[in-house]
Design a protein around this ligand. Structure first.
Ligand SMILES: Cc1ncc(COP(=O)(O)O)c(C=O)c1O
Length: 387
């Protein structure tokens, strides 16, 4: 058996849309990216979408557009990828790292309230929907994360790199916060190879992100290359970035978007299989799903090897590899990364749940092409290793 950790499903219209781009003679941003933006915004229920070349770019544009400045303090969970925090350093702002809940890997309203109490002047929150499950955004008594942030005048930048398509209650992530950023990196729930999307209902944030996405130029200048009547003239209104999504990538994204719900349902099939097969294993903790299985994108399936298990996490990964099964770790927390640890003098004891997760966490393969036979083999191998 050879079961990679991640595999991209490419059985739809990817080649067809890619050929259309190649035949058009125009490979970078144009009509495919525009259509992708429109359809994506419609899918999640947001007013505006801005296609970019990574989620990191989307997050950078988001904090820039929201007005995060030098010295601003911004909350970030420690259990995330470095992109969630590094974009704050681009603005010379300071991440304030938070612990997460054991079981879900998410920040909770209680953890948020404590962080606000201790830190007082907080400008914003980078809200990570870890693994593809939404945090508790709103509650009927106004105690959800969105409710608390609104009351405390804290802006929310949703890092939804894992969370497409993910719902909270009956609405998609992307239709709640001030601004939401998605990833279409190769291992994500839909991919464009490399790519990302910023979505918002706020016209000002959208206009700023759109301008900064392409050098701070005040209009969509690719029209001047593809339309004979378009004017060559443009102005530069700010020192922007080069973050636009080429049509080559958007073409793949359009095909993937058509199958997004099918992909999600297939990943849910894998998660259901794992949860049923491994529910009685005493050496591991399974991921906790707060709401309905359908609301979860199931980007990740992270288990935690308990301290008293017969093998350590690192041994487990090696033994799985010996049996032809790829795994990964999400994440070595940011408070353990040299740069953040040294810059902010961080202490693992301040992140007890994150440490507990980090010490035992392993992400299992989860993607549409995993067959039930593959899943059975993975579960049997795990049982063998842990028995
Ligand atoms: C939580 C999180 N945020 C942001 C990113 C950055 O995404 P991208 O590679 O599209 O820049 C990732 C990438 O894996 C991620 O896991």
């Amino acid at each position: 058996m050879n079961i990679p950790f991640s595999k991209v499903p490419l059985a739809g219209n990817e080649s067809r849309y890619l050929n259309e781009v190649l035949e058009s003679g125009w490979l970078t941003t144009s009509s495919k990216a525009l259509i992708f933006e429109e359809l994506f915004a419609g899918f999640v229920g947001a007013k505006y979408a801005c296609a970019v070349n990574s989620c990191t770019a989307a997050l950078h544009l988001a904090v820039e557009a929201i007005g995060i400045k030098k010295g601003d303090k911004v909350l970030v969970p420690s259990l995330t990828f470095t992109a969630s925090a590094e974009i704050l350093r681009y603005m010379e702002a300071d991440p304030v790292f938070m612990d997460v809940e054991y079981g879900t890997g998410l920040i909770t309203p209680a953890l948020l309230k404590e962080a606000i109490r201790v830190n007082r002047v907080i400008k914003a929150l980078i809200l990570v929907h870890y693994g593809g499950q939404s945090v508790i955004l709103t509650t009927s008594d106004g105690e959800g994360i969105l409710d608390i942030c609104r009351r405390s005048h804290i802006s929310i930048i949703e890092d939804a790199a894992h969370a497409f398509p993910t719902k909270f209650d009956d609405r998609f992530i992307g239709s709640f916060g001030d601004v939401t950023c998605f990833s279409f990196y190769a291992n994500k729930t839909i991919t464009t190879g490399e790519g990302g999307m910023l979505v918002t209902d706020n016209e000002e944030i959208y206009n700023r992100a759109k301008i900064m996405r392409l050098h701070g130029i005040n209009r969509d200048i690719w029209a001047r290359f593809t339309d004979n009547k378009s004017s060559w003239e443009y102005d530069v209104v700010a020192p922007g970035f080069k973050y636009n999504m080429p049509d080559i990538n958007a073409a793949i994204g359009l095909a993937q978007l058509e199958k997004a719900e099918y992909f999600r349902a297939q990943r849910q099939r894998c998660a259901t299989f794992y949860l049923n097969e491994m529910k009685d294993l005493s050496s591991i903790d399974l991921p906790v799903c707060n709401g309905s299985m359908e609301n979860h994108s199931w980007h990740l399936f992270p288990i935690v090897i308990r301290p008293k298990a017969p093998v350590s996490r690192n041994e487990f990964i090696q033994l799985m590899a010996n049996e032809g099964i790829g795994t990964s770790v999400h994440y070595k927390p940011l408070h353990r990364m040299t740069y953040y640890k040294e810059t902010y003098n961080l202490n693992p004891e301040d992140f007890p749940n994150t440490e507990r997760i980090w010490n035992g966490t392993v992400s299992l393969p989860i993607y549409p092409e995993l067959s039930d036979d593959n899943l059975k083999y993975i579960c049997q191998t795990i049982k063998g290793i842990l028995s």
